[in-house]
Design a protein around this ligand. Sequence first.
Ligand SMILES: Nc1ncnc2c1ncn2[C@@H]1O[C@H](COP(=O)(O)OP(=O)(O)OP(=O)(O)O)[C@@H](O)[C@H]1O
Length: 356
Amino acid sequence: MASLSIQGVSKTFANGHRVLDDITIDVASGEFLTLLGPSGCGKTTLLKAIAGFHPLTSGRFLIDGKDVTALPPESRNTAMCFQSYALFPHMTVAENILFGPRQSGAGKAECHARLDAALQQVDLVAHATKLPSALSGGQQQRVALARAMAMRPGVILFDEPLSNLDAKLREQVRFEIRALQAKHGFTAIYVTHDQAEALAMSDRIVVLNGGRIEQIDTPAAIYDRPASRFVADFIGAANILKADILGLEAETTWRVRTDLGEFDIRSESDPKASNHFVCWRPEAAEIVLEAQTPQSNTFQAVVTAQAFQGNVTDVLVRSGKSDAAYRIQTRRPLTVGASVMVRVDPASFCFLEATH
Ligand SMILES: Nc1ncnc2c1ncn2[C@@H]1O[C@H](COP(=O)(O)OP(=O)(O)OP(=O)(O)O)[C@@H](O)[C@H]1O
């Protein structure tokens, strides 16, 4: 495994389109880092640039401290694992896995040692002599991973590797890739636009938007403390409100005014001048019965729709104070048209950067 340092990387294509704008990320050795963002945000361009397939407009890449920016792909200590598997259809599983080590000039004994290890790592020993067409989608994906691992790279670059698999298999292979990565300790850079995949697999997530970094953080921090409006909206469901900051109520508690009334918000860090929005996640709100004594941080609303999800019910509510609908999750049975009080815990709110 190897560390990867991405330093001030920008990429403008010949048509003048600036696709990456001053990206700086330090990836630790053995880390699983995911690049997440909407279509066209530059994830694949960054991955291919790391691999050496796109020359940079500016910036550099260091792998284990060595500047690889000018090196060709085969000399960078990286291997790619693609969404289309990119297996050679006329070669057996074993031949597909052997292809890279042979090309790189490894000796016969070394090639076969790597083949045996890779087949065992992805549990495909019994399928070594089959053609890819005789394997399931999940098995083909494992061959693609074995082929990358047989290169013994410090960094494996994954380009949406699970997007051709059905939902159930995606979840299974997700666990398999993470377990292999933990066991064999390669550094992983993983591109996806699937937020559930990113949250489930990553040590850290980089949220990209329009070629720029919106936030780099652990999955829990990205979900619980989204830094910007874009991140709150893109990952999970979020209720976002415009807010005027009225002042400090207590040591870490701020009073804000929103369309739904005034609320207290607990925040360890001071809101910046640009924090004109606050948000909370649907599961952070609690429905309190109107008959109960009035509580702070509540707003009155009417249930306008609900959808049973099994473990919870998604509820849409509207308040007379604003035109917007707000999303709440509850286990309490409700009826459409019911009048409810909704409470949002001060610690469940977060301030958002409005600048992005
Ligand atoms: N060779 C190229 N020349 C010009 N523009 C390009 C080239 N390759 C990609 N782009 C543009 O760069 C932008 C980013 O593309 P990229 O493939 O990196 O996005 P992405 O985030 O991986 O999206 P997706 O999830 O759809 O694959 C897009 O607007 C794309 O059209």
